[in-house]
Design a protein around this ligand. Sequence first.
Ligand SMILES: NC(=O)c1ccc[n+]([C@@H]2O[C@H](COP(=O)([O-])OP(=O)(O)OC[C@H]3O[C@@H](n4cnc5c(N)ncnc54)[C@H](O)[C@@H]3O)[C@@H](O)[C@H]2O)c1
Length: 399
Amino acid sequence: MSELVSVVLVGIGGYGGTYCSLLLNQGSNPVAKIVGVVDPFAEKASFYAQLKEKNIPFYNTLTEFYQQHKAELAVISTPISLHCSQTCEALEHGSNVLCEKPLCALISEAEQMLAARDRAGLQVAIGYQWSFSSAMRALKADILSGRLGQPKRLKTIALWPRKDSYYARNNWAGALQNARGEWVLDSPANNACAHYLHNMFFLLGATPETSVGLKSVQAELYRANAISNYDTCIFRVATASGAEVLFYSTHACGRLLGPVFEFEFTKATVNYARYASGTLAEVTAKFQDGSQKLYGFPDADGVSAKLWDTIRAVRGQGTISCGIETAMMQTICINAAMQSCPEIKEFPPELVYKMGVPGAQVKVMTGLAEYMEQAYHSNQMLAEVCSEPWVQPGKVVSC
Ligand SMILES: NC(=O)c1ccc[n+]([C@@H]2O[C@H](COP(=O)([O-])OP(=O)(O)OC[C@H]3O[C@@H](n4cnc5c(N)ncnc54)[C@H](O)[C@@H]3O)[C@@H](O)[C@H]2O)c1
């Protein structure tokens, strides 16, 4: 292994730009070097010119890259449908992998990724940045030490308006499958807000690097947008720890809220609020004896930590706090939610209005945000707090 870890960047437009920026701005003590870029539409990326200037070779496929080069680490920031095949191909060619969240679409793909990793004897990190953040790791350490007592209920709400331009930015946003018939399962729970669902499973894991197992999932799935998957979901998950996990998320709302969470333990309650009435509160545990502990902000350092931690692990130093098994519980939940609610319910069109100017409009379901908040505060599903004719409860599905 050379002194600098060799990195191939797979997908540099969109979120991949974050990794371009980190690797191109390492300062005077670099730890990694970019040895290739794989992206068939690389010229559209904002870092294209900067990478070209450095004479980094560009390829359309990983296969073409590996015909001429090797890399110790492949950083994959491509559409969800490619995560499994590209991770497996990178591992077969001797590269460790840092793949963006979510892990993949289907459980069968997660199993293929696990098998490929074990065959290769290499490491795979999944880019849920909160799991690499100092705040969440410190909180998890206290949970594991028993300081907070037994977990009772963890719940998170994230109401994130998304414009039509969000759904038009690529050909897989909001899709169940892409044009080639590959599974994507793109939704708030499997993309923009997947972090917050995964985070609850991660915090309940029995070790610093694992997530809790799932026993059952009950879901409600709805859509306001013209997409094949859902833009609104509510999940109730029974976990192997005995604690309940509740998750509320939508893109069909007119105002931003969250992530806001409340995690109840027998000896403490942990709260966090981003974008709640314009406030930003750090992760805070309030103990029954009246004391409190501040854990900091989970967005402070996770993004850079996931890259530098993975590079350290490739060098044989330190561990990866979110690998395939850790991220897989979110995949299991997403797949079970589809079984719980096989038909996605369309909100009645007469109740969906457009907010904003054409080209940057959000489809808003009347009253949805209020019902979601009510359900969150009362620890219930939407169908339990709302008696409108459009509600559709899902069945409880064993995992
Ligand atoms: N961690 C985070 O906070 C965060 C935020 C946003 C997106 N993401 C994740 O990043 C991934 C990409 O999302 P995005 O919104 O940037 O998508 P995108 O579609 O906007 O960009 C994907 C990039 O992959 C490239 N690409 C397409 N096909 C390719 C192929 N066969 N080989 C190599 N490159 C290919 C595209 O040209 C583009 O540059 C998703 O998994 C998403 O969930 C993570």
